[in-house]
Design a protein around this ligand. Structure first.
Ligand code: MN
Length: 728
């Protein structure tokens, strides 16, 4: 990587002057003095004065040709966090715009990506939201990260790896998505250097060794291309440049080929005056060198979501090598290099801040955020979208729709309209009927077949790929299930009231049912029905409130006879009153039926989550159970182990013991388990060919410590190789 001159306040101002002639540069000097004063005495890990960092950040922002508030924010971005400077002071000296940007960057800096999965997802969502609110916050953060990566060598190795991985996971994809290719490339190469130093330095060495050969080749081919284009009166500049390390590294990994086999190390870029010449140049090149089928992409007619435009093609070069060529206009080139930042360019006396609203990607994120309540799903979605290549497909009328890679006709249907999605019964691709799970390819024409009676089903969640479709399907199912629960709950309440000579209709009219609902902390009768339908065991409480005591006692026998069979169908577990009931507390609900997921079989002390299941109360899973993660997050409720009653809990768990196959082992293990005060429900033993024995025990334990005691005791025995808890 080329060494850059050290940035100073003067280099920043000079860079600004190249694109923004009447900028108020005294403000830049003022911001520099402010930051310099605030950071006085502080040093970086390298030992350099701290001020070098914000200066470099501001320099990068000036190179992105951003507006003054962004560049000033670059200078001030660490002052609030690391010094005595306050936001009030910054607002007073530099205005509200800058203060808000600094605040945004400060908040973003507090986000770490090392915490638990869920927290991480939530943090990432915050970051995206900050971006949607004001994209300049992300641009400053990117410049900040760029400088931190450039100076990473001064940190300890463990820290380097963490920061590099985070950069590769989050910041490089964001730079790519925003279309700022030079930042993406530099970040990726730096990540490679710290994450895979061996590969990086080997690559660097090999590239250096072949430099002369490559330079000659590049020069020769550039000359030929210019000559051919000139023959057709096309004025063009041609540049050949080596692909960046990381893309070569990925290519070698993907194709598992050696460096020497990679001919297409160099990509050529042709820049011409206008769009017509782009296509003309393409014709000239294809007439000169044979194009590789399937490698031509027209991003001029169909720009990428980040605004990128170019023609891409790969041809067979003069020596039989593959040559990648990009053709674009000068304006397209600026967007390709600066990406979203190019939209911020200063033109006609002001910065165009509206264009960010036209960036499809940010808009889509905002839209998803409305539909998605689970931060993990949001992260998954955003990850998919950051990494996937997009596909472009057509509606029958020729309109282009852009979808993420792997999308299906169902995604397409939802991209058109949620009603089209909800009623989708089939699809035709290029005139042929296809299954809904068929993956779309760029260039497909997709036609959706709908039916007025169709409704979405849970299976669709497995077919849909885009989060827009998933969110809409989920929303539909949720509404529908709520409606079913409401109907069921109303039905149950009605049946229970009948023996007392009442109906829900009557009690609703008189207002008595509403009063009862509110006493049970439900706002409306509808909410009462839904709660009953979802399995809350509150009908008896309603009866107690609305039916006078005498009337209740008089008809209690009749009532029992009438509703027993019905209720037993609805609340299968209600009559059992298992010990588990008192072991769990569900937030705000003290009358709910509890079951434990058979998949993970939680033990007291483990971290747990609950899901409301229609007609069956709450099912409790361990927090890490995959089945729980797959569950509908809308129905999630907070549950915790109660402080009392745990001693009565006896739960059966399965443990697997791998041991040497020796006589008397089973007796020894049984005795070990019993000596921990634990009851064995069943035992199963089998031997393997290599003289090992696998024992499966079902044991009754009350909590995690007791289980650990058992496994610990077993592990300590001679001949025992491994002990583990098995979740089926
Ligand atoms: Mn910083």
């Amino acid at each position: 990587m080329a060494k850059r001159p050290v940035a100073t306040v003067d280099t920043i101002c000079n860079t600004i002057a190249t694109y923004y002639t009447d900028a108020k540069l005294d403000l830049v000097h003022k911001a520099y003095a402010f930051a310099d004063d605030a950071h006085r005495g502080q040093t970086r890990s390298s030992g350099d004065p701290y001020m070098i960092h914000p200066t470099e950040v501001a320099q990068s922002l000036a190179e992105l040709q951003l507006d003054l508030p962004s560049i000033i924010t670059g200078l001030l971005h660490d002052t609030v966090e690391d010094t005595h400077a306050t936001l009030e002071q910054i607002e007073k000296d530099f205005g509200k715009d800058v203060a808000e940007l600094v605040d945004g960057v400060t908040k973003l800096s507090k986000i770490t990506f090392k915490t638990s999965e869920e927290k991480q997802a939530e943090n990432f969502r915050k970051m995206i939201m900050a971006m949607a609110k004001d994209i300049r916050v992300i641009l400053v953060k990117l410049a900040d990260r760029l400088n931190n990566m450039r100076t990473l060598e001064h940190l300890a190795e463990a820290k380097q790896k963490i920061i590099a991985q985070e950069t590769l996971d989050i910041y490089a994809p964001i730079a790519n998505r925003l279309g700022i290719s030079w930042i993406k490339i530099e970040l990726e190469d730096l990540c490679l250097r710290y994450l895979h130093p061996d590969a990086y330095y080997k690559l660097a060495q090999k590239i250096a060794k072949k430099k002369k050969e490559r330079d000659t080749y590049t020069e020769d081919l550039s000359d030929v291309l210019i000559e051919k284009l000139t023959d057709y009166d096309i004025k063009a500049t041609v540049a050949g440049r080596a692909k960046h390390f990381y893309s070569v590294f990925k290519k070698m990994e993907r194709r598992s080929v050696d460096f020497d086999q990679i001919f297409d190390m160099i990509a050529f870029r042709i820049v011409v005056d206008n769009i017509t010449e782009c296509y003309k140049s393409l014709g000239v090149i294809h007439a000169t060198y044979k194009p590789v089928p399937g490698r031509f992409k027209d991003y001029i007619a169909m720009p990428k979501a980040n605004g990128y435009q170019s023609l891409h093609t790969t041809v067979i070069g003069p020596n039989g090598e593959r040559v990648e060529i990009q053709i674009r206009t000068q304006e397209m080139h600026q967007v390709a290099e600066g990406g979203i930042a190019a939209h911020w360019k200063y033109k006609e006396g002001k910065f165009d801040t509206r264009s960010r609203e036209n960036v499809a990607w940010v808009n889509r994120l905002l839209e998803w955020n409305k539909d998605l309540s689970d931060p993990n799903e949001f992260l998954e979605t955003v990850k998919i979208d950051l990494f996937a290549e997009d596909v472009f497909v057509f509606t029958p009328s020729g309109e282009v729709k852009e979808l993420s890679h792997g999308s299906t006709p169902l995604d397409f249907a939802y991209a058109i309209h949620s009603d089209v999605g909800n009623r989708c019964i089939g699809a035709k691709i290029n005139g042929k009927i296809v299954p809904l799970k068929q993956r779309l390819k760029s260039g497909d024409t997709v036609e959706i077949i709908t039916s007025a009676t169709q409704t979405p089903s849970k299976d669709w969640l497995k077919i849909a790929r885009t989060s827009r479709a998933k969110a809409k399907i989920r929303a539909f199912i949720k509404t529908q299930e709520r409606e079913r629960a409401r109907e069921l709950g109303k039905d149950i309440m009605d049946k229970i009231l009948r023996p007392y000579g009442h109906t829900v209709a009557k009690l609703e009219k008189s207002g008595e049912l509403l009063k009862a609902s509110q006493q049970l902390h439900l706002r409306t009768c509808e909410e009462l029905y839904v709660a009953i339908g979802y399995g809350r065991n509150i009908p008896d409480d309603v009866i107690e409130i609305v039916i006078p005591k005498e009337a209740r006692e008089r008809s209690v026998d009749a009532a029992k006879r009438e509703d027993q069979s019905f209720l037993s169908r609805v609340f299968t577990a209600a009559r059992k009153r298992s010990t588990s009931r008192n072991a769990i507390t569900v937030e705000n609900l003290d009358d709910i039926l509890i079951r434990f997921g058979r998949c993970c079989n939680p033990l007291p002390g483990e971290s747990i989550i609950g899901f409301i299941t229609r007609g069956r109360g709450v099912t409790v899973h361990t927090a890490s159970c995959t089945k729980a993660i797959d569950n509908d997050q809308e129905r999630r409720v907070d549950v915790k182990w109660s402080a009392q009653d745990l001693s009565q809990v006896r739960r059966v768990v399965k443990i697997r013991v791998l041991s040497q196959d020796e006589p008397g082992l089973l007796a020894m293990m049984s005795q070990t388990i019993s000596s921990c005060g634990v009851n064995i429900v069943s035992a199963n033993i089998r031997t393997t060919k290599d003289k090992k024995a696998i024992c499966l025990f079902d044991v009754q334990v009350s909590d995690v410590p007791q289980l650990n005691k058992v496994t610990g005791a077993l592990e300590g025995k001679k001949g025992v190789i491994a002990v583990e808890r098995v979740r089926s």
